[in-house]
Design a protein around this ligand. Sequence first.
Ligand SMILES: O=C(O)c1ccccc1NCC(=O)[C@H](O)[C@H](O)COP(=O)(O)O
Length: 223
Amino acid sequence: MYGIILNQQQRSLIKICGLSTEETVDAAIAAGATHIGLVHFEKSPRHISLEDAAKLRRRVPAEVKVVQLLVNADPKLTSQAIATVRPDVIQFHGSETPEWVKIVRKQTGLEVWKAFGLRDQASLESSSRYVGAIDRILFDTPAKALPGGNGVAFDWSLLAGHDHPIPWGLAGGLDTENVTEALKTTNTPLVDVSSGVESAPGVKDVDKIAAFCQAVREFDASR
Ligand SMILES: O=C(O)c1ccccc1NCC(=O)[C@H](O)[C@H](O)COP(=O)(O)O
């Protein structure tokens, strides 16, 4: 029994973000992803309508969480996204304030994540302003052409030995080749990937998804 408990404690969470087809959602679930990310941000090559997100959401079993990603959505769009998609998690990936995300969390009872661009120690310290307002902070590369999904890694050493006050995750430029190093360097409990499992911007690759998840599971087994 203890062996089972130990394994569950060491199982890294895997979020495959920016999925947009039934085939790739099914592939991510089959590969062992724990979270499925759906992007509603029209400038993104991974953007899908709320109606399409709702259809994909209905394919996801209860044990896998659906993360609806929004960027600076106003209250009306935020409410519409939640009512239409019925996600398990809302991920805010813009300049949303702690006050706003706290309101959403309180009023909806949903799990709320905030993505945070990490550039230096000062920015890591400033991320603490979200403590108490969210369920998980997702450390990502600071916004570039897009607020996220840029396929660029940040300096993971910024997180080495950091005493995280709330649940967190690592995103930005991850792929099958570097995810093991990212896990070793940061001891992140969650890895989040989008570009690194694509054959072209917005085109998810089922083989890359499987390889990424396998690399994470092999790391888990080695701990
Ligand atoms: O994925 C996008 O296109 C995107 C667009 C606008 C805001 C956020 C976006 N993605 C959010 C994510 O959580 C990504 O998985 C994360 O930024 C990592 O992306 P990548 O570096 O491409 O793996």
